[in-house]
Design a protein around this ligand. Structure first.
Ligand code: AMP
Length: 211
């Protein structure tokens, strides 16, 4: 099964796609995580992507599309795509190599997004994200590393830029996938477990238990 999680930055796509990947036993592919690792490791791709990411704008289509297509051609069981496609051109490139079964559009109000992103910590080791108030002693609640940090693009000015880019470039994908009759809209203002239950119900799997 191939799934796409679509939504604005901070809509919870990353969290939900990790939960779904665990449940379904299929690979989650987060283009944001892949690019951040590439920047951290100083690869050629990371060097090309870094300045775009800092500004909160999209990296060039050919750079990200070639990364994704390489990953897709190596896997067998299907994918959960988180952060790709980000515009119509990327979606058309994806259509040439993958049949997408469902696209979950996680719809969240902008004021909720701004509050979530400006209070978010990310773990460099396991890529999970947390609200600052959930974290004790700067230790990651999932992998227990001390690698929590505030993403450079989670600062207020960059958050606004990312939202602007989202509405201009990514939001048209809602209509693109609605026309293909594979779009499922989920209320993303709810808590993580309610969202997870709603997504699972749509693809008829039992929810991940509350920890
Ligand atoms: P994310 O973690 O999904 O919010 O992505 C962080 C940043 O990585 C974005 O603001 C973009 O600069 C870049 N990025 C991630 N995915 C894509 C994509 N599919 N196309 C272009 N840029 C991307």
């Amino acid at each position: 099964m191939n799934l796409i999680l679509l939504g604005s930055p901070g809509s919870g796509k990353g969290t939900q796609s990790k939960m779904l990947a665990e449940k379904l036993g299929i690979e989650q592919l987060s283009t944001g995580d892949i690019l951040r690792d590439a920047v951290k490791n100083g690869t050629e791709e990371g060097k090309k992507a870094e300045s775009y990411m800092k500004q909160g704008v999209l990296v060039p289509d050919d750079l990200i599309t070639s990364i994704v297509i390489k990953k897709i051609s190596n896997a067998k069981n299907g994918f959960i795509l988180d952060g790709f496609p980000r515009n119509i051109h990327q979606a058309e490139s994806l259509d040439k190599v993958l049949t997408v079964d469902h696209v979950f559009f996680i719809k969240v109000d902008d004021d909720v997004i701004i509050d979530r992103l400006s209070n978010r910590l990310t773990c460099r080791a396991c890529h999970n994200t947390f609200r600052k108030s959930e974290v004790m002693d700067n230790t990651c609640p999932v992998c227990h590393s001390d690698k929590l940090y505030i993403r450079e693009d989670d600062r207020e000015a960059v958050i606004k830029k990312r939202l602007e880019i989202y509405y201009k470039e990514t939001y048209p994908l809602v209509e693109y996938y609605r026309k293909k009759a594979i779009l499922i809209t989920i209320d993303g203002n709810d808590d993580i477990f309610t969202i997870n239950t709603n997504i699972n119900n749509k693809i008829k799997i039992t929810p991940v238990n509350k920890k």
